[in-house]
Design a protein around this ligand. Structure first.
Ligand SMILES: [Zn+2]
Length: 120
């Protein structure tokens, strides 16, 4: 199989990874017991107090953070998986059929793991 030039995808993926980690660190922190997992933290300056309504607002914010965190975490895992594949030399191969993923698909989404036929 022809070895593709992965350097442009690697650059795009590393940029996206840095961005995702910045966004994640604004919403949560890495789980010390499992560094690939992120846990939500209370928003800066919000402390639980005597006011039940204030506390409910904080919990609601944390719930929003948690949903955003899960989404960012999922995306970060895809990006990291793609970077691993570049290192392994298996990048750009469809996980469903083993064919090369189209270059325009990878340009649009460098973390893609399937070709256009097998994308969901
Ligand atoms: Zn395929």
């Amino acid at each position: 199989m022809r070895r593709m030039n992965t350097s442009i995808y690697k650059e795009a993926l590393e940029k996206e990874k840095a961005l995702l980690e910045t966004e994640l660190s604004g919403l949560g922190k890495r789980d010390p017991g499992n560094p690939s997992d992120w846990i939500p933290v209370k928003p800066e300056g919000d402390e639980f107090g005597a006011d039940r309504n204030d506390n409910a607002d904080i919990i609601e914010d944390m719930g929003d953070n948690s949903a955003a965190l899960n989404e960012l975490e999922g995306r970060l895992q895809l990006v990291e998986k793609a970077l691993d594949k570049i290192e392994d030399g298996t990048y750009g191969v469809c996980e469903a059929c083993g064919e090369e993923i189209e270059a325009d698909r990878l340009k649009a989404n460098p973390a893609a793991t399937t070709c256009k036929v097998h994308m969901q």
